[in-house]
Design a protein. Structure first.
Length: 134
């Protein structure tokens, strides 16, 4: 893990070990803007969030079918731009007393299938008060 001011981020070496992609390739992907780590420490170390690793997995999928890197970057950038348009954003609101339940398998998309052998974690919270306005 990289000290990223509260955001969970993996080192470039950890991501290389996790994905089988070399550190040199990860540096290249960063340099060309294909997979840019979301965290950069004051010392210049790269920190990859789960979203960065998810993008890397998509890059690997498209590379496996022979798509050129520049086309992959353009496709992923366009998909992100399109998916984050205001008309596709959903903002959930909860009130006092509402129970909110979610689990670790609730993904919008994933480059790999969820392993049925992995344990699912279920979180439950009850809203106790409304957010205080600053």
């Amino acid at each position: 893990m990289v000290d990223s001011g509260g955001m969970d981020a993996n080192t470039v070496g950890a991501v290389a070990d996790l994905t089988g992609v070399s550190v040199r390739t990860l540096h290249h992907y960063d340099h060309i803007g294909l997979v840019v780590p979301s965290v950069r420490t004051p010392a210049g170390y790269r920190g990859y969030t789960d979203a960065d690793i998810e993008r890397l997995h998509l890059v690997l999928v498209y590379r496996s079918v022979g798509m050129p890197l520049d086309e992959i970057r353009a496709l992923l950038d366009e998909l992100k731009r399109h998916a984050t348009l205001e008309k596709y954003r959903v903002r959930l609101t909860y009130g006092v007393g509402d129970v909110v339940i979610w689990d670790n398998a609730s993904l919008l998309h994933s480059a790999t299938l969820t392993d049925p052998e992995d344990a699912r974690t279920l979180w439950r919270i009850t809203i106790m008060e409304t957010r205080r306005q600053a």
